[in-house]
Design a protein around this ligand. Structure first.
Ligand SMILES: Cc1cc2nc3c(=O)[nH]c(=O)nc-3n(C[C@H](O)[C@H](O)[C@H](O)COP(=O)(O)OP(=O)(O)OC[C@H]3O[C@@H](n4cnc5c(N)ncnc54)[C@H](O)[C@@H]3O)c2cc1C
Length: 338
């Protein structure tokens, strides 16, 4: 069932643990002066009628969840992301794009893992996907680990074992994980956090080969939001004050994940493929929205040139033409990729 902007805003008032600046707990992200801007931006997606289509299995649902099966489906996805980005003043709206990128990659890799190990991840992924589609959820993807000493590659070589997210306990009903993920865009305002491994692993890294999804208000989850300096560090900032997305460090402190939400568990030899397949889908998403964002810069530059009376100066025109070429190269990349 498609949700309205209000449905979405009400859904994130769920007791999640969020901090902003100086260890201060945020009681309500929907009224916080900085985070509420990211909430409002996410909510705008739920007001877009063009986002919806009639799916034969699920009825009226978000196009972001339509599984791309051929070239035309991918071109439609490009147009969807491009047009939504223009709709939102050139700012991408990530909350259904990135989660679907993760789900599409999980569908592919879960099948491979099942074939190699006789597991049943694919049916778990599809059950979770159905939950997301039917409830029109907003998602964030937490892939980037904090990593510690970069000179050491395999996670198990780190002195502090929690530098990469890992399994610390296995129970009959699920697993318990510890660690932290950084730079998670819109994590603090999402309904669901999908966690993926960050890199290729070796056999001793088994406990780090883990993928799963948890609701944002799960016990043990803490969001530490990167301060938006453009907004609250500089009251004169004009660039980002009306729309932005927030990033967060997400701490997983003994977080329990039930088995039906675990999509990879110790299959270390396929963790790298999962990381890479997600990144490939997400690069396609990124080139689609960046083509639209390039329009924003182009338009702003043209207005700046006009305001200064130099729009016809040959060197200014050269720069504007270069910006057009850059934008068109991005669009061509997105159109050629499928
Ligand atoms: C605005 C923004 C939004 C993001 N959103 C998300 C998101 O939603 N979800 C998510 O999972 N991630 C997200 N990311 C993470 C992003 O995609 C990158 O993966 C991440 O920024 C790279 O990790 P890092 O910052 O720890 O840098 P590092 O990987 O540590 O790199 C820092 C520097 O160190 C160098 N370096 C690293 N290791 C070595 C080495 N062994 N030897 C030599 N040099 C080395 C690198 O080349 C680089 O110059 C986001 C990042 C940004 C900036």
């Amino acid at each position: 069932m498609p949700r309205s902007p209000t449905d979405y805003v009400n859904s994130v008032k769920d007791g999640r643990v969020v901090y902003y600046r100086g260890g201060k707990r945020v009681d309500d992200i929907t009224t916080h002066p900085v985070i509420s801007i990211a909430v409002r931006h996410a909510s705008d997606l739920f007001g877009v009628k063009e986002r919806l289509y009639e799916d034969p299995n699920y009825g009226l649902v978000s196009k972001y969840f339509r599984i791309p099966r051929n070239t035309n489906d991918l071109l439609d996805r490009y147009k969807l992301i491009y047009e939504d980005t223009l709709r939102f003043d050139g700012l991408f709206n990530i909350v259904q794009a990135i989660g679907s990128d993760a789900l599409f990659s999980l569908m592919i890799i879960a099948k491979k893992v099942d074939k190699r190990y006789g597991t049943n991840y694919y049916s778990r992924v599809m059950k979770y996907y159905e939950h997301v589609v039917r409830n029109d959820l907003a998602m964030a993807v937490a892939q980037t680990d904090v990593k510690g000493n970069r000179a050491k590659r395999p996670p198990h070589e780190q002195e502090d074992k929690d530098m990469y997210l890992r399994v610390v306990e296995v129970r009959d009903d699920g697993i318990v994980v510890n660690g932290a993920k950084i730079h998670t865009t819109q994590g603090p305002v999402a309904n669901e956090i999908i966690v993926l491994p960050y890199r290729a692993l070796v056999e001793n890294d088994k406990d780090y080969a883990v993928a799963f999804a948890v609701p944002a208000n799960t016990k043990g989850l803490k969001f530490i939001v990167r301060p938006v300096l453009e907004y609250d560090g500089n009251p004169n900032a004009v660039n980002a004050a009306s729309r932005f997305e927030v990033e967060a460090l997400i701490v997983f402190d003994h977080v329990f994940v039930p088995w039906d939400r675990v999509f990879m568990f110790r299959e270390w030899d396929l963790a790298g493929q999962l990381a890479w397949t997600f990144a490939t889908y997400h690069r396609f998403t990124a080139i689609s929205y960046r083509a639209a964002t390039a329009n924003l810069y182009l338009g702003a530059s043209l207005y700046a040139a006009r305001a200064n009376g130099i729009e016809n100066a040959p060197h200014v025109r050269d720069w504007l033409v270069q910006m057009i070429m850059y934008k068109e190269v991005l669009s061509m990349g997105a159109m050629a990729a499928p």
